[in-house]
Design a protein around this ligand. Structure first.
Ligand code: NAG
Ligand code: NAG
Ligand code: NAG
Ligand code: NAG
Length: 375
């Protein structure tokens, strides 16, 4: 009797656990991939990126060229998966530098931290915060989104912490008190943040985030990139024996500083990076490299990597020390997450009690959705 109820309880917990496991992913509106081509059944949450902040009135706006994409996003996604939740992501970084891959350029990155006054100008004044919050909620509801995401805030040490706290508290309050029909759930509120809560001049107010956001999805990738590093690197290493630049370190820091594990989504990159080797016989992780290969910044989508590997009949190596796949073709070296790396990271996230994962970005998977069916 006792045994049976334990078993029943255990299977119930298991069910509850898998039910709450979040499989989220970004879809960038500037991508040429049609929303209707996405297998939304493989995800619980799909995040449509990006809306921007108008610096003259602090309201959010959608680029006219993205208007149709965003206004039809939810309808298309839910026609295939009626229980999928959609979120509208607002870009908090420097205006018009939304290309994620550009952020791999470190000088641009620091330029961005120091000069995006639009976001800090907005949080600085109560009336601006109100305009932002109101416009964001109206935009979400108008287009059928079920949540809002704020990506990517870089709270530098000099940012006004009191204003940031007021902004987060007011946004949560507005969401909680929004007049809704009884069958309309509250808007979900999420944040896209760096892989670790403390980095150089960035420090995230973990307690204010914990109190107000449903979850945080971390950018646990792009640690080493060919536009900056003159050696081959595991850009999304789960572990790194010689540096703190790895996902496990960042996740542990978020938890150590007070964010509960069940408010964290690990980031899974659907892109890798290509380097040109100095010596094509030396192609271990950390081998000397001359710089980027294949694309303008060396970033390569997974679908293209697969095509490239098939074309050259090359099987990538899986390195379990870093948790990365890599391959060498001629003098090119590509590091990326293949099925083994993704699988290992998903198991890691489950063992750690995280809430789930967030993919960047969904359309870069191959034609069979091989990575998306892994987790
Ligand atoms: C930004 O706000 C100003 C002032 O309200 C308005 O004139 C302008 O059209 C807005 N820009 C965008 C891109 O929405
Ligand atoms: C990185 O960005 C800076 C500032 O925008 C620019 O001057 C530099 O040329 C860029 N470097 C590369 C390698 O793209
Ligand atoms: C925010 O307010 C502070 C003090 O009121 C001011 O010094 C700072 O320049 C403001 N920042 C922006 C980005 O407007
Ligand atoms: C992973 O690569 C590093 C660097 O080349 C090497 O030291 C390590 O032994 C490799 N790990 C495995 C499990 O092969």
């Amino acid at each position: 009797m006792f045994k049976t109820s334990i078993l029943v309880l255990l299977s119930f917990l298991n069910l509850a656990n898998s039910k709450n496991w979040i499989r989220s992913g970004y879809v960038y509106a500037g991508n040429e991939f049609p929303v209707s081509g996405i297998d939304s059944r493989l995800f619980t949450h799909l995040v449509c990126a990006f809306a921007y902040i108008n610096s003259s009135n602090s309201e959010i706006y959608i680029e006219p060229s993205d208007e149709t994409y965003m206004s039809t996003f939810t309808e298309i996604v839910t026609s295939k998966n009626p229980s999928a939740k959609t979120l509208l992501s607002i870009w908090a970084g420097k205006p018009h530098s939304s290309m994620f891959f550009d952020m791999t350029n470190s000088s641009m990155f620091f330029d961005m931290i120091n000069s995006y006054s639009t976001f800090f100008g907005m949080i600085n004044q109560s009336s601006h915060r109100t305009s932002f919050i109101r416009s964001a909620m109206i935009a979400a509801r108008r287009h059928g989104f079920m949540g809002l995401d704020l990506s990517y805030v870089f709270p530098s040490t000099s940012a006004n912490k009191a204003n940031m706290r007021s902004f987060f508290d007011e946004w949560r309050e507005a969401i909680n008190s929004e007049p809704r029909k009884y069958d309309t759930p509250r808007l979900i509120l999420t944040m896209g943040a760096m892989y670790s809560p403390v980095m150089d001049s960035i420090i995230y107010p973990v307690n204010d985030i914990k109190r107000n956001f449903d979850w945080v999805h971390v950018r646990s990738f792009d640690y080493h990139v060919p536009s900056k590093d003159r050696f081959t690197g595991a850009h999304a290493a789960l572990y790194d024996p010689s540096s703190n630049l790895n996902t496990d370190y960042g996740i542990n820091e978020w938890i150590r500083r007070g964010l509960p594990a069940n408010k964290l989504l690990i980031g899974l990159p659907y892109h890798g990076y290509a380097w040109t080797l100095v010596n094509s016989n030396d192609y271990a992780i950390g081998a000397p490299a001359k710089g980027k290969a294949l694309t303008a910044d060396g970033s390569v989508r997974y679908s293209y990597i697969k095509w490239y590997l098939n074309n050259y009949g090359v099987k990538p190596v899986f390195n379990s020390t870093y948790v990365v796949n890599y391959c060498k073709i001629g003098s090119f070296w590509i590091g990326f997450d293949d099925v083994e790396a993704i699988k290992t990271k998903v198991s890691y996230a489950k063992e750690k009690g995280l809430l789930g994962y967030n993919v960047f970005q969904i359309p870069n998977d191959d034609a069979d959705w091989i990575l998306s069916t892994t987790g």
